[in-house]
Design a protein around this ligand. Structure first.
Ligand code: EAX
Length: 350
């Protein structure tokens, strides 16, 4: 890709994120603006500071959600809680950030659930391929009883889990070849999240997967340590993977939530009124972030296409080939994850 093209793309995408796009070919939807803060000022004792760190960059939907969170918390605490935002893993990658919450040196983070499966095995259900047919089904599960129980269960080991947002449906990119079927993956080195089901998925498809943190990914792609990776369009764009990946396939193979986590040490210092405020703000952030993510998803795919990424949109038949090939992954993991949980999610899809 030529530098001039890249510059153009970057500025186009930047303009779109500001809602100022001049792009004619694909009338860009306005990004839903950050909503006005609802609710009264909460009266409580003390002054607090929340450092909130994420792995994705400043131009993704996640960071916009964080800006809304900051606005709610600062306004409704009348400035007694100050929120400071850190993007691009500035304070550590996803697992380091979680460990910083546990030790009390960081107050909040919102990783994908996948790298946390070692701590919270039930999160593995989000790594099963093609389990969530639509974002609405994901909402039903996350915002219903199952999601609430998972938040309760993940509120231990020094963490308090207070809400859901979304990374979204994952797509495959690589630097070598168009991928329309599992056969095309033969020998391709694919970076996966640090998660055994993801390793299983890519091994089963015939690729050569390597787990690593998201923070290391761009460099690994650039240096050819791996040929490809998979993430939602919005994260692919926000991390500028197009600079090192010419090909993409719209596989939608896994839906990944973000989970909003607070340090328990910090939480226990917060008065009850502020705990509730932070919970409410996390809920509102999650709703808004999902709206932004869904509004931009298709738009960003089009922009990547126009920027020269060769994107393969799989036909339903081609997707079925991937699904069939991945059927054994369910057999491998069903007992470990719990068949009841998988069935309950399937039921929510009907
Ligand atoms: O924060 O590691 C990944 O590929 C994820 O998408 C990452 O958690 C984003």
């Amino acid at each position: 890709m030529h530098t001039t093209t890249m510059t153009r793309v970057t500025s186009l995408i930047g303009a779109t994120l500001l809602g100022l796009t001049t792009l004619q070919a694909s009338a860009a939807p306005e990004i839903p603006p950050i909503p006005a803060v609802q609710g009264d000022v909460v009266q409580a004792e003390g002054d607090f500071k929340i450092k909130f760190s994420i792995g994705t960059t400043q131009s993704g939907a996640q960071y916009r959600g964080l800006e809304y969170f900051e606005k709610i918390v600062e306004q409704r605490s009348d400035g007694h809680i100050q929120v400071e935002l850190f993007h691009s893993a500035q304070l550590g990658d996803d697992l380091q950030a979680v460990s910083n919450l546990q030790s009390g040196t960081l107050e909040m983070t919102a990783p994908s659930t996948s790298p946390l499966v070692g701590m919270f095995p039930e999160f593995a259900v989000f790594d099963l391929p093609f389990l969530f047919p639509t974002p609405e089904v994901a909402d039903k599960v996350l915002d219903g009883e199952i999601g609430q129980k998972m938040l309760d269960d993940a509120s231990r080991q020094g963490l308090v889990a207070i809400g859901w947002a979304e990374n979204g449906y994952r797509q495959l990119t690589n630097s070598a070849t168009p991928v329309t079927s599992p056969d095309d993956l033969d020998g391709l080195k694919i970076r996966t999240m640090q998660n055994d089901i993801h390793l299983d998925i890519w091994r089963t498809l015939g690729a050569n997967p390597t787990p690593m943190s998201f923070a290391e990914l761009f460099t690994a792609l650039e240096q050819g340590v791996v040929d490809g990776q998979e993430n939602p369009w919005i994260t692919i764009e926000a991390s500028k993977f197009i600079e090192v990946q010419d090909y993409a396939s719209e596989t939608n193979h896994v839906y990944t939530p973000f989970i909003t986590l607070v340090s328990e040490r910090f939480w226990n210092r917060l008065p009850a009124g502020y705990q509730q405020l932070v919970r409410d703000a996390a809920k509102q952030m999650g709703d808004y972030e999902r709206e932004v993510s869904r509004t931009l998803n298709d738009q960003i795919k089009q922009q990547l296409k126009q920027a020269g990424m060769q994107i393969t949109e799989l036909t339903p038949e081609q997707v079925e080939v991937f699904q069939e090939k991945l059927a054994p992954v369910y057999d491998d993991w069903r007992d470990e994850i719990g068949g009841e949980l998988i069935d309950a999610i399937r039921k929510a899809s009907q």
